[in-house]
Design a protein around this ligand. Structure first.
Ligand SMILES: [Zn+2]
Length: 822
C-alpha cells in the first residue's frame, strides 16, 4: 500500500514533508513560495498528520496518481490568506429523529449565505430562480452516511472573499446571531417569548432558551417569514440540532475558523474510511454545465484564487468593511456597497473579537505569563505556545463582563500540535483558588487489584463490601483511534464510615490469569458488589461500565441488577435548585461548579492519560520520573472520585454528622502524601505484595474481618452510615408520578433508556427496572417531573423498548459508534 506521502516523495522528490506545520513554515521561509501554493495536511494512522506545500499543478498531478481511498488530504488554511466562504454543516441522524426532511437545514443555510454575500436582486423573483443562482455560486460537497448528515458548502464563484479565516469566522458567528435573534424576536400564535436583552449576546444561551420550542417552530412557523427571501422561521429552526450528548447546538460548526484549520479536500477521505467528499447530487453545482474534476478541485480550494479581482471583507476596528482596491469598475463598486454588510455589523458580538498578535517575537516575552499562575503543566517546547496563550487570553478577556482565565493547557496525546485549553472565568476561579484550600480528600486506604494482589487482600475487600452499603464507582478508559475506548481502570470506593473509606483501583490490563485463584476472588468481589441492596454512585455515564464486561469479571445482567445512582444527575438537580440563574447546560458539570460546591479545588488535567500502564508501582520497574508520573495519575484517579464522596455528603444523599471535624492525629490512614512519600522512600522494586500497606495475614482476617489499621479509628469514624432511609425517601419521591412500560426487552440498560426518553423530550426524574415475580417479565418505571402532562408523555413513549426497538437501536448504535467526527 502506497501512502500519499510516499507518492509525493516519488513524484516530487524535492518537496519538504514535515511532522509539524510550524516546521514547514520555517523551512519554507528560505524558499520563495507562490502565494497560491497550497498547504496540505496528510492524515495518517492514529490521526497524526504530516504537512507539505504544493503548487496547483502538483496537486492536480497528485490527484491523478493517487486512488481516492488513499487521498487523506486536507487543506491547511493559513491565518493570513484570503479565503472563500465555507461552511461545515453536520449532525447525527439518530440524535435528530424528529427531522423528517434532511434537506431543509442545508438549503436554509445556503439561502442565508447567499443573502449575506450578495447584493439584493429584484429580478430573482421565484424560489426556483433563487435556488438556481445559489447553486451557481456554491459548490455543495457531501459525505453523508446512513448515520450522519455532512456537507461542506463552498462559495466557489464568490462575489466577495474574506481577508482572513478569522474575519470569516466572526462574520459567520454574526450571521448565526442574526438568525437566532430572528427566531427569538418573532411573535406568532405559536411562539411568543420575552427574553431579556442581556441574553442576546450569548449564542448558546439563546439556543438553550429556544430548545423547548424547536419542534413547535419547525412545525408551526412555516408561514412566519424573515427578511431573508424564501427563508421562514421554521427553516431556521432546522439549523438547531441535537449532538451526541443530546444537547441542542448548531448544525453549522463554528470551530472550523480557528487557527491552523484543516479542511478536507474535494474527493478525499478520512484515514481508514471510504466516504469521500463528493459533489452533492441533491444540490448539484451549476447543473447546466459540466465541470471536470480538476476544475472542481481548483474551485473547491479555500485559499487558492485564480482571480484576484474580487473584493475582500475585512475587519475595520469592530466593523466589517469591504476592500475594493482590486476593483476598477465603478458600477460594480456601487453594487458592493449594497451587500448586507451593515446588517451583519449590527450582529457582531464583542466576545468573538480577538486580536492575535502580529508581532510574534514581542509577545513571546515571559512577562506575559505572569498572571497565568496555573499554567505550570505546560511543556513549552513548542515555540508558538506563547502566541497561542496570548491568542486565547485575548479572546477570553476581550469582554469585561466575562473575565476569562486560562486554567490549564495540555498537549494532545496523538497530535502533539493540538493544545487543549481549559478556560474558566477569572473572577470566579481566582476567588476559588484563594478562598478554598487545595482539595483535601477524606481519609482513605488504598488498594490495587491486579495480578500481584494476594488472596488475603481480596478476601478482606470482599468482607468490606459485605459490610457496607454505600459505594462510589468511576471508570477510566484510554483513547485508541478508530476504536471504542479501551476500558482500563475501575476505581471503586467502599465507604466504611462517614469519613473513612477504602479505595480500590482495579487495573483491567493487568489482571490475574484465568487459571489463578485470585481471578475467581476478583469475580466474587464484583458479585458481592453488584447487588440490588448496594447503593452505588456513579459519576455520569454508567454505560462506560458496560464496556468493562468484556473482561468477563462480571456480566451486563449483573450490572443491570444493581441500578447505579447517577451522581452527576443528582448534582445537576441540586445545582439548579441552588443556582436557578446559572443553569448547567452542558452534559458534564464544569469544575468551577464542582469546586464551588465542594469549597475545594480539584485539578483535572490528567483526563486523557494512559491509565492502562500499570499504576501499582510494584508491577514494573520504574525510575523516579516515572514514579512521579504514575503518582500523579493515581492522584487524579483517586481524587476524581473521592470528590464524589464529598458530593454525596454535600447533597445529603447519605447522612453526614460531625464527620471530618478535628480528625485525630492518631488515626493511621493513608493520605496521598504518604503515598508519594512511599513512592520516593526507596528504590526497591520487588515487593511481594501488591498494596503499599502492611500485609494482612489470613490469621488476622479469620480473627476479625476488620484489619488492624481500622481498629485504630476514632469512634466518630467508625460510626456506620445510616443512609438507606434518605436514599429510599428520595427514590420514593422520584417515582410518585410514574409511567410503567411492561414487558420490555431485557437488554436495554438504564442509561440507554434514559437517553431514549430524553430524545423524546420527556422530562424524567428517575428510571428503574422491576421484574414480575410470576411472569419474570421486566418492566421499566419512569418517574415524571411534570405530572400534569403524564398522559401525553405516556402516549409518546409507551410503544418503546420492545425487542424490535432494541434491534433497531443497537444497529444505530453500532453504526454511530463506528463513525467519527469530521
Ligand atoms: Zn412563528
Amino acid at each position: 500500500m502506497t501512502s500519499v506521502q510516499n507518492l509525493i516523495k516519488r513524484l516530487f522528490p524535492h518537496k519538504i514533508i514535515t511532522h509539524r506545520l510550524s516546521d514547514l513554515h520555517n523551512q519554507l521561509l528560505q524558499q520563495s513560495i507562490d502565494k497560491n501554493d497550497i498547504f496540505l495536511s496528510i492524515e495518517k494512522e492514529n490521526k497524526s498528520r504530516q504537512f507539505c506545500c504544493l503548487s496547483i499543478e502538483e496537486l492536480l498531478r497528485l490527484f491523478e496518481c493517487c486512488p481516492t481511498t488513499e487521498r487523506t488530504l486536507y487543506e491547511s488554511i493559513s491565518i493570513n490568506k484570503p479565503v472563500r466562504t465555507y461552511i461545515d454543516f453536520e449532525y447525527l441522524i439518530d440524535k435528530n429523529l424528529n427531522i423528517q426532511n434532511h434537506y431543509i437545514g442545508p438549503m436554509c443555510c445556503l439561502k442565508v449565505l447567499y443573502y449575506f454575500l450578495n447584493a439584493p436582486d429584484d429580478t430573482i423573483n421565484t424560489v426556483e430562480r433563487y435556488t438556481e443562482n445559489i447553486l451557481k455560486q456554491f459548490l455543495v460537497l457531501e459525505a453523508s452516511t446512513t448515520e450522519k448528515i455532512s456537507y461542506h458548502f463552498i462559495n466557489v464563484n464568490p462575489s466577495i472573499l474574506f481577508e482572513s479565516i478569522s474575519s470569516l469566522g466572526i462574520f459567520i458567528k454574526a450571521i448565526i446571531r442574526f438568525l437566532l435573534l430572528a427566531i427569538v424576536k418573532h411573535k406568532c400564535a405559536m411562539f411568543n417569548m420575552d427574553i431579556p436583552i442581556e441574553q442576546f449576546n450569548n449564542a448558546s444561551n439563546l439556543i438553550n432558551q429556544l430548545a423547548p420550542f424547536i419542534h413547535t417552530l419547525r412545525n408551526h412557523c412555516r408561514q412566519c417569514n424573515t427578511s431573508i427571501p424564501y427563508v421562514s422561521i421554521a427553516d431556521i429552526a432546522y439549523l438547531l440540532v441535537q449532538n451526541r450528548g443530546n444537547e441542542w447546538t448548531l448544525a453549522i460548526d463554528t470551530n472550523v475558523y480557528s487557527k491552523n484549520q484543516q479542511f478536507r479536500l474535494f474527493n478525499c477521505v478520512k484515514y481508514g474510511k471510504n466516504n469521500p467528499l463528493v459533489p452533492s447530487t441533491t444540490f448539484p453545482f451549476h447543473y447546466q454545465l459540466e465541470y471536470s474534476s480538476h476544475n472542481l478541485l481548483k474551485k473547491s480550494l479555500i485559499t487558492f484564487m485564480e482571480d484576484d479581482h474580487i473584493p475582500k471583507v475585512y475587519l475595520n476596528g469592530d466593523k466589517f468593511d469591504i476592500n475594493l482596491s482590486s476593483i476598477s469598475n465603478r458600477i460594480t463598486t456601487f453594487s458592493y456597497n449594497l451587500i448586507n454588510i451593515n446588517l451583519t455589523n449590527q450582529h457582531i458580538i464583542p466576545l468573538t473579537f480577538s486580536k492575535p498578535s502580529t508581532n510574534v517575537s514581542k509577545s513571546r516575552t515571559p512577562q506575559n505569563l505572569i498572571h497565568f499562575n496555573k499554567i505550570n503543566h505546560l511543556n513549552s517546547s513548542v515555540k508558538d505556545i506563547q502566541l497561542f496563550l496570548n491568542f486565547v487570553e485575548n479572546i477570553v478577556t476581550s469582554e469585561p463582563s466575562y473575565q476569562g482565565y486560562v486554567h490549564t493547557c495540555v498537549r494532545g496525546i496523538y497530535n502533539k500540535d493540538l493544545l487543549f485549553f481549559n478556560i474558566a472565568e477569572k473572577l470566579h476561579e481566582h476567588e476559588l483558588a484563594t478562598k478554598y484550600p487545595p482539595f483535601d480528600p477524606l481519609k482513605f486506604e488504598q488498594f490495587f487489584v491486579n495480578f500481584r494482589t494476594t488472596d488475603s487482600t481480596l478476601i478482606h475487600l470482599i468482607d468490606q463490601i459485605k459490610s457496607s452499603t454505600v459505594f462510589t464507582l468511576d471508570t477510566e478508559s484510554i483513547l485508541i483511534p478508530y476504536q471504542l475506548n479501551k476500558p482500563a481502570l475501575i476505581q471503586f470506593q467502599i465507604i466504611l464510615s462517614e469519613s473513612f473509606s477504602s479505595v480500590v483501583l482495579i487495573e483491567m490490563c493487568h489482571l490475574p490469569r484465568a487459571y489463578e485463584h485470585t481471578l475467581t476472588l476478583v469475580k466474587q468481589f464484583f458479585q458481592t458488589l453488584f447487588n440490588a441492596d448496594k447503593n452505588i454512585f456513579i459519576w455520569g455515564d454508567s454505560r462506560e461500565l458496560h464496556n468493562f464486561c468484556s473482561y468477563n469479571l462480571f456480566t451486563c445482567d449483573q450490572l443491570d441488577l444493581c441500578n447505579p445512582i447517577d451522581l452527576q444527575n443528582e448534582f445537576k438537580t441540586h445545582w439548579n435548585k441552588q443556582h436557578p440563574h446559572q443553569p448547567t447546560t452542558s452534559a458534564s458539570i464544569n469544575y468551577s461548579e464542582l469546586a464551588c460546591e465542594l469549597s475545594q479545588w480539584l485539578d483535572k488535567c490528567r483526563t486523557t492519560s494512559s491509565f492502562d500502564i500499570g499504576l501499582d508501582r510494584t508491577l514494573y520497574h520504574f525510575n523516579s520520573a516515572e514514579i512521579e508520573h504514575y503518582q500523579s495519575l493515581i492522584r487524579y484517579a483517586v481524587y476524581d472520585f473521592l470528590s464524589m464522596q464529598q458530593i454525596i455528603l454535600k447533597l445529603k444523599l447519605i447522612e453526614h454528622q460531625e464527620s471530618n471535624i478535628n480528625p485525630s492525629n492518631e488515626i493511621i490512614t493513608a493520605t496521598l502524601n504518604d503515598l508519594t512519600d512511599m513512592a520516593r522512600d526507596d528504590d526497591q522494586h520487588d515487593l511481594p505484595t501488591t498494596n503499599n500497606f502492611e500485609p494482612i495475614s489470613p490469621a488476622d482476617i479469620q480473627a476479625d474481618s476488620t484489619p488492624k489499621r481500622q481498629q485504630t479509628l476514632t469512634k466518630a469514624e467508625r460510626r456506620p452510615i445510616h443512609n438507606r432511609t434518605s436514599i429510599l425517601k428520595q427514590r420514593k419521591r422520584y417515582y410518585k408520578n410514574e409511567i410503567i412500560i411492561s414487558n420490555i426487552d431485557r437488554r436495554f440498560t438504564i442509561k440507554q433508556i434514559k437517553g431514549i426518553i430524553k430524545s423524546y423530550s420527556v422530562p424524567y426524574s428517575a428510571v428503574k427496572f422491576s421484574t414480575s415475580s410470576t411472569t419474570r417479565k421486566q418492566s421499566v418505571h419512569i418517574g415524571i417531573r411534570s405530572p400534569s402532562q403524564l398522559n401525553d408523555y405516556q402516549h409518546q413513549i409507551d410503544h418503546l423498548f420492545t425487542t424490535s426497538h432494541y434491534n433497531r437501536f443497537i444497529n444505530h448504535q453500532q453504526t454511530y459508534r463506528s463513525s467519527s467526527k469530521r
